[in-house]
Design a protein. Structure first.
Length: 80
């Protein structure tokens, strides 16, 4: 099963909206979901690579989209 990871940070309104969009998509298409705060201890590398692009959606570890969730693209890649 595909894994979608949402990279976020506390207080990020766009991140909250992305979470809501992914939650709605999850009702239509099956995938594992995790959310990671790039500012949490131990995430220095993620913060350095993606910190200016949040929210970031990773599909199976690879960047799929940032700032906005590409729901149409995800739906297509995840299949029926």
């Amino acid at each position: 099963m595909a894994v979608i990871t949402l990279l976020t940070r506390e207080g990020c309104g766009m991140c909250a909206r992305a979470h809501d969009e992914l939650t709605a998509l999850r009702a239509e298409v099956a995938f594992d979901y995790e959310q990671v705060d790039v500012d949490a201890p131990g995430n220095t590398e993620l913060r350095g690579e993606f910190g200016d692009m949040l929210p970031v959606v990773l599909l199976d570890g690879a960047m799929h989209s940032y700032w906005d969730v590409d729901v149409v693209g995800l739906r297509s890649e995840l299949g029926p």
